[in-house]
Ligand binder design. Structure first.
Ligand SMILES: [Zn+2]
Length: 225
């Protein structure tokens, strides 16, 4: 798993399958690479339609004929923009060639960037991705919610926003870790802009011994054992 900056992650399976989550690279001050540097993708998973998550998804999906997996409204938007897409919704899981995706609740805004009509407005979600033995939970942008407790003990890797203002800050993100009980947690969605400045070491201290906190710089990777 490689952090590309902000909420964007590239996940590679042992078989070499490449999945991108929330690929905001163009215009992302925290991104270490542009979309042209990405390898061929198999699928793109989206938590919601804001520009800092939808990002380069449509262009990349069209480039690689990679399937965008998202809530139905957002998937319809991507399809209408010419990208292959698979529509799902919160609570539903689906088995893809690369693994299983389940969408789970997130509390955030639902507008879709680039939609002048407003007809694609959707519910944001978190994304639970299982590939082989491992399950990752990308929280998307969200408040702390009790729904997270339903995932307790089922998650190996949790990707959690800590930047505050638009999402959970450090204190709530640490409580989210308490709820979910992942083995490994990686903080995201911070320091991209001043308004979401946060100290990942303070997050590490807040989590304490509840999980292994892996702090990445954009471009750095972590391999789940
Ligand atoms: Zn965001």
């Amino acid at each position: 798993m490689q952090w590309l900056g902000h909420a964007a992650f590239e996940i590679t399976s042992p078989r070499g399958t490449k999945i991108l989550i929330d690929p905001f690279l163009t215009g992302n001050p925290a991104a270490d690479i542009g979309p042209d540097k990405l390898p061929r993708l198999d699928a793109i998973l989206l938590s919601h339609g804001h520009g800092d998550h939808l990002g380069d998804a449509v262009a990349l999906a069209r480039r690689d004929k990679a399937t965008i997996v998202a809530t139905a409204e957002l998937a319809a938007f991507c399809k209408d923009q010419g990208a292959p897409s698979h529509a799902m919704h919160i609570g539903g899981a689906h088995q893809f060639p690369f693994g299983t995706v389940k969408l789970v609740p997130a509390f955030h805004g639902g507008r879709v960037e680039g939609d002048a009509t407003g007809k694609y407005t959707t519910n944001p979600c978190g994304v639970v991705l299982t590939m082989g033995e491992h399950t990752a939970y990308h929280c998307g942008d969200t408040a702390l919610t009790v729904e997270m407790q339903l995932l307790a003990g089922r998650i190996d890797l949790m990707l959690v926003p800590i930047g505050d203002n638009y999402t959970m800050g450090i204190e709530d993100a640490a409580r989210a870790v308490e709820f979910v009980k992942p083995r490994v947690v990686v903080p995201m969605h911070y320091n991209t802009w001043d308004v979401i400045a946060a100290d990942p070491e303070a997050f590490r201290r807040a989590v304490g011994s509840r999980a292994t906190v892996v702090i990445l710089a954009p471009g750095q990777s972590h391999t789940l054992s």
